[in-house]
Design a protein around this ligand. Sequence first.
Ligand code: ACO
Length: 328
Amino acid sequence: MPYAKIIATGAFLPEKLVTNFDLEKFVDTTDEWIRTRTGIRERRISAPDEPSSVLAANALTDALDSIGMEKGELDYIIVATVTPDTMFPSTACWLQKHLHITHIPAVDVSAACSGFMYGLSMARAYIESGMYKTIAVIGVEELTKITNWEDRSTCVLFGDGAGAAILQATEDKEGGRILSNYLGADGRYGNLLMKEAEGTLHPATHETLDKGMHYITMEGQETFKHAVRVMKSASVEALKRAGLKEEDLDLVIPHQANIRIIDALANRLKVDYEKVQITIDRYANSSSATIPIALNEANRDGKIKSGDKILMVAFGGGLTWGSVVVRW
Ligand code: ACO
């Protein structure tokens, strides 16, 4: 039976950097409030002519270049995003166009901040079934383009970016591979975190625009409570499926939504704080992109050694959640 191994990572962050102090100039907020409540110091913001597919293509190119792989070796492209270039075609298809990749399947996955966990799990299933051998999974998001800059309770939280992983089939059971994954969703809580208009429920009209229904809305405190609960249970379940304990972990890469959620997870898992990868201070919450960006950073910084056990865990709008345990 083939196993699925992550053989490369990559990332791309837009150039424009906006600090909390920059936000103070046009939002009724302070650096102190944002830092202490969320852990965010600055975020990246994509340019108007830089849609999600461009960020995703750059992240994938970075991953391919890091191992000298030709794009023609890819069998499948999965893009996790809730901020696609267009409702259709998918961002995965636009990415294909940018990179001149033709024929292989390309699809978007919509699971909000858990999207990269869903994408990795799909890629694992394809590879372990023997259907495909080499799959690129990209998490990309441009939440700042659907943010209401007059809503201080949400606009300070988000940033743009993309991260990529390339997975390949391996026969080596004892070597690096995905050991387990766990996914879940609970649609009863969909209203906690959403972009209400521009779908078939509320097609775009002057009224939806006037009411700001094309922006993200979030019930922060309720989302926070679910996040802490679900991040812990999803972590425990993936570890159990991998036959590992919390103390076996070398690195934890949580979704970067709020430093207080990450702290609560580290405490509940009793994991040493140095083993937790943090990027929220520099990139804020870029939804499905936070985990692949953080994974790439740990990988490129030499923080991950062969044989290390890594837990990635996310939750997001839907509600959705997911966790993946990897042996590197
Ligand atoms: N600057 C200054 N004050 C603010 C700001 C701001 N940017 N935003 C809110 N406040 C004020 C509020 O008006 C309120 O004032 P009041 O007491 O006078 O009414 C006060 O600060 C407290 O507001 P809360 O909403 O209670 O603040 P809280 O401590 O809950 O923090 C936050 C808000 C950061 C949003 C937190 O609830 C959170 O992180 N929630 C989870 C977010 C999350 O994980 N989202 C999921 C991922 S996103 C995705 O899936 C796309």
